[in-house]
Design a protein around this ligand. Structure first.
Ligand code: PLP
Length: 362
């Protein structure tokens, strides 16, 4: 019997693996594996979600009009250049499908978000990785890889899984030196957490150019990962192409309403970021005192190297933390087997991480 044959370039694609959320036999779980906001959404947002039940009989607004209007007002950006998606993942995949085909290349930073290679390979194109220095994206390494086959450069700023960022000056330099027909995608999923003076969103670059896209998400600081809402700020020509490709109702009606309520409750974002600003340096310091090597992060997570001097590997530490109900992220799929990524949690979870590691290493 013959079987249907999928596209050949899908053969070496591995499905994306999300952070684990259960440990067999452990009841109380602290999920610190997917960089969600440990506070979840605010009360006002939960109310908006409950009210959204009234809308579930009819199809959602395919133009995401209310949400797009709110985003345009809040960020002072052009309504007609905003597109919403089922998470920013959907938009990243659409961009790859729209601008890449076999024999094309897309450049990513050496250790960057795992969805980019998936989206690139799903389009039949080649992934080209630009060397980093100390886990920081290097503009010159990217520029050195540009050739006639390059169609897209993906930059997560700040970056997952490293947590590092590059300055707006670097982004401008990269853009200035890239040919105009290469699409520069700036993924700003963690922008709300950054407070470095040299960091700026790429919105203005989108306003002034035809080859820059900025993606954003409600999954991280806004605490809505389960609702799947993301969006992008794009040149009109890009919006036009994505609108031809996307499925009509990818953002459901509850997600549209709740995302508007989340933008209206900025106090929740301020509180969440304040909590992160307190715990990020504290946990880094405590982990370094225990002998771990911790990358400087501008996000709500940190990348932790388990050095051989500790006489334990990342798997042992991962398993021990799991036994205490703490789930962090293993880094195999990122090619970093001796690293773990830890999301900043609530005080109880953070303290438990530290006390568990102290216990394990003593
Ligand atoms: C850098 C980066 N971009 C995009 C995403 C995807 O976000 P969304 O939930 O909006 O699809 C993530 C999620 O982990 C991320 O880390």
């Amino acid at each position: 019997m013959k079987n249907p044959i999928p596209n050949i370039h899908l053969n070496d694609l591995m499905p994306y693996k999300g952070g684990k959320s259960h440990v067999l036999g452990v009841e109380k779980i602290y999920k610190l594996s997917s960089n969600e906001n440990p506070f979840g959404p605010s009360k006002a947002v939960v109310r908006a979600y409950r009210n959204a039940v009234n809308d579930i009989t009819v199809y959602p607004d395919p133009s995401n009009n209310e949400l797009t209007k709110k985003l345009s007002e809040f960020y002072s950006i052009d309504y007609s250049k905003i597109i919403c998606g089922c998470g920013s993942d959907e938009i990243l995949h659409l961009l790859a499908r729209a601008y890449l085909a076999g024999n094309d290349e897309a450049i990513v930073s050496e250790n960057s978000f795992a969805v980019y290679p998936l989206a690139i390979k799903a389009s039949g194109a080649r992934v080209v990785r630009a060397k980093e220095k100390d886990f920081v994206t290097q503009i010159q390494s990217i520029l050195d890889l540009v050739n006639n086959s390059t169609k897209i450069v993906f930059i997560a700023n700040p970056n997952n899984p490293t947590g590092t960022m590059i300055s707006y000056d670097d982004i401008i330099r990269l853009h200035n030196e890239l040919p105009d027909d290469i699409l520069l995608i700036l993924d700003e999923a963690y922008a709300e957490y950054v407070h470095d003076e040299s960091y700026h969103s790429g919105f203005n670059l989108v306003n002034d150019n035809n080859n820059v896209v900025v993606t954003r998400t409600f999954s991280k600081a806004y605490g809505l990962a389960g609702l799947r809402v993301g969006w992008a700020y794009c040149p009109i020509e890009v919006i036009d192409v994505l609108n031809r490709l996307r499925i009509p109702f990818s953002v459901n009606s509850a997600a549209q309403k709740v995302a508007v309520a989340a933008i209206n409750d900025q106090q929740h974002i301020i509180n969440s970021v304040k909590h992160n600003n307190f715990w990020l340096p504290k946990i880094k310091h405590e982990l370094e005192n225990l002998g771990f090597i911790v990358t400087s992060s501008h996000c709500n997570f940190i990348l932790i190297e388990v050095p051989i001097e500790l006489n334990h590997d990342a798997d042992e530490i991962y398993n021990f933390l799991c036994s205490r109900g703490i789930i962090v992220r293993q880094m195999y799929e990122y090619g970093l087997p001796n690293y773990l990524r830890l999301t900043i949690g609530l005080e109880e979870a953070n303290s438990l991480v530290i006390s568990s590691l102290v216990e394990f290493l003593k």
